[in-house]
Write a protein that binds this ligand. Sequence first.
Ligand SMILES: NC(=O)C1=CN([C@@H]2O[C@H](COP(=O)(O)OP(=O)(O)OC[C@H]3O[C@@H](n4cnc5c(N)ncnc54)[C@H](O)[C@@H]3O)[C@@H](O)[C@H]2O)C=CC1
Ligand SMILES: O=C(O)[C@@H]1CCC=N1
Length: 264
Amino acid sequence: MKVAIIGAGSLGQSIAKGLVSSSTLTSLYLTKRDLSSIKGFEDNQKVFLTSDNALAIKNAEVIIFAVQPRHLEAILTDYKSVLQKSQVLISVITGFSISRIEAIVGQDKFIIRAMPNTAASVGQSMTCISSNNKGKEKVELAKTIFNSMGRSMEIPEEQLQAATVICASGIAFWMRLIRATTQGAIQLGFEAHEAHELAMQTCFGAATLLKESGKHPEEEIDRVTTPSGCTIEGLNEMEHQGLSSSLIKGITASFEKINQIKTT
Ligand SMILES: NC(=O)C1=CN([C@@H]2O[C@H](COP(=O)(O)OP(=O)(O)OC[C@H]3O[C@@H](n4cnc5c(N)ncnc54)[C@H](O)[C@@H]3O)[C@@H](O)[C@H]2O)C=CC1
Ligand SMILES: O=C(O)[C@@H]1CCC=N1
């Protein structure tokens, strides 16, 4: 599979890191206006760096657009004449609808909208995927691509904004929870590096328990909370201070914001 990523910034580079270990990848073109910050990718013989988007597009079967939303319209307009009907166009751009992409490049193109997250770089993205009518034929291909850097789920396009909050912004939300746990651990006497490791591995363990057991979180919580013990004391205090409520309010605030900034 020949892939091009147009706009190898933060997310584009995360996707590239995830992709380079995929056995199905034959070549990967990365484009960016200033290539100096992505020189490290050149160590991989399958990767080509260029500022020439047309060159990258001509050498790709799958083109992933990862520029900022305000740049996509001009890029699609500039390069639609070099796009081929057999190419699969994947946009990971927030708030840029499939109908708007179709209006520029045509409904006869395979169009996928995908929302990965930066954990793609370590093979642990949660990626949500939607497509236009024509693109339905290529959803399995898109899932194969994103499964090579984590897990993927096909959802209706109307839910992509919500998926962005939960999965893409979600990386930041979870990071903050880990940092707060680290701060608590330091207060209890651990060195910062120890506190960080304790918080990360415990978070990883909690998610792995749920993934592997298929259980509801409360079932696992019940296994930890000794009656009159320290866990329930801590949990109840966190809830008195609004832990769950704060998370839910944060998620809904983020969703309200994403609906204000969407470009359609
Ligand atoms: N950062 C994240 O975790 C997530 C970002 N997104 C979306 O992905 C898109 C990219 O976000 P980031 O990677 O954070 O932005 P970014 O600003 O880090 O990357 C965009 C890159 O595009 C390049 N670029 C701009 N114009 C170009 C052109 N004409 N040709 C080639 N390259 C060009 C820029 O130099 C930059 O390196 C945005 O639309 C964002 O909404 C979506 C999910 C998560
Ligand atoms: O913060 C943002 O608006 C973008 C979309 C999700 C992640 N970054």
